[in-house]
Design a protein around this ligand. Structure first.
Ligand SMILES: C[S@@+](CC[C@H](N)C(=O)[O-])C[C@H]1O[C@@H](n2cnc3c(N)ncnc32)[C@H](O)[C@@H]1O
Ligand code: SF4
Ligand code: SF4
Length: 297
């Protein structure tokens, strides 16, 4: 697919409120092998039964036949369901995986994989609750399918430079950042606000200037982490159509972060890039092209 067609489809998908969504987010499992301090999954965890591999295959075929041609696979931890990932890869035109990196995604699955690394070993393991850093590094080494996707909170915002170094040393395709979104912005201790958020934004700008080859950000995008101007226009929040589903195929609202999230605290890179693209930020368009590389889409 050409660059122009991909960009057109993305923007078209964002703005059409009546047609069936072309990209769907599936939590393919409600299980996880980690227990991260910041995770919305912990707040909304539903231990109800899981679909079998063949049930997922039928679900994917059904969505595809209705017009959903691309799937984001997340969870819980999607790599716990490798067979489900394989069938999504066979059925949809394109898939994107968001994983904690503890289980390597087989080489045959040639797609973009976002791996959540939240800091150097000690910090990552403090946040993620298990001693998994070294094995994740082994799993992702030299894997160009991978873009690192840290979530910055009050626990790890001082480790932005270390995270860029980890991206370099592991020789993955790049790194981008999101900031933590809270349910209660008055009391949440992980939420970056005030001077901490200012410091974060300045540091992101500094590391972007020094590492443009692997840091997938732009100055306008970085400013949006602070101004939050994008959230009222967030295409996920404003769509009436179904986009995000949990592991029991219940619709998640307003988005994958689930019920209760305060959109005014959001720092999710996906709606931020979408907003910047809709404001004709050329760098955001180039960034989109890096995040969702032509190699896979
Ligand atoms: C819920 S996880 C599911 C996929 C996989 N288990 C992982 O850790 O990547 C998806 C992403 O959401 C991030 N995340 C979890 N809770 C969040 C929150 N409250 N605000 C922003 N991002 C969050 C995680 O750090 C991870 O990068
Ligand atoms: S690994 Fe992913 S789903 Fe599991 S607790 Fe951590 S962020 Fe949440
Ligand atoms: S939490 Fe963020 S991504 Fe989700 S609907 Fe709100 S603004 Fe959009």
């Amino acid at each position: 697919m050409s660059k122009a067609t991909r960009l057109y489809q993305f923007l078209h998908g964002m703005t059409q409120k009546t047609t069936y969504p072309s990209v769907i987010n599936f939590d393919i499992t409600s299980k996880c092998n980690l227990y991260c301090e910041h995770c919305y999954w912990r707040k909304n965890y539903d231990p109800a039964g899981e679909f079998t591999d063949s049930e997922w295959e039928e679900i994917f075929k059904d969505f595809y036949s209705k017009g959903a041609h691309s799937a984001f696979l997340t969870g819980g931890e999607p790599s716990l369901r490798l067979k489900v990932i394989e069938s999504a890869y066979q059925i949809f035109d394109t898939i994107t995986i968001v994983s904690n990196g503890t289980i390597r995604i087989p080489e045959e699955i040639q797609t973009r994989i976002f791996i959540s690394i939240d800091g150097p070993k000690e910090i990552h393991e403090k946040i993620r609750g298990r001693n998994v850093f070294d094995s994740i590094m082994t799993n992702i080494k030299n894997d160009k399918r991978v873009v690192l996707t840290p979530t910055l909170s009050t626990t790890n915002y001082h480790y932005i430079e270390d995270l860029v170094q980890i991206a370099r040393e592991s020789n993955v395709d790049g790194i981008t950042f999101s900031t933590y979104a809270a349910n209660d912005k008055e009391t949440d201790k992980l939420l970056l606000r005030g001077e901490e958020l200012d410091w974060t934004v300045n540091k992101l700008e500094e590391i972007w200037r020094k590492n443009k080859d692997i840091v997938f950000l732009s100055p306008k995008i970085i400013k949006l982490f602070k101004s939050k101007k994008f959230y009222k226009n967030c295409y996920l929040r404003n769509q009436t159509k179904e986009i995000s589903y949990d592991a029991q195929l219940k619709q998640k609202e307003p988005c994958v972060l689930g019920e209760g999230v305060d959109c005014s605290t959001c720092g999710c890179i996906v709606p931020i890039v979408a907003y910047a693209m809709s404001r004709i930020d050329v760098r955001a368009w180039l960034l989109f092209d890096k995040l969702f590389s032509e190699r896979y889409y």
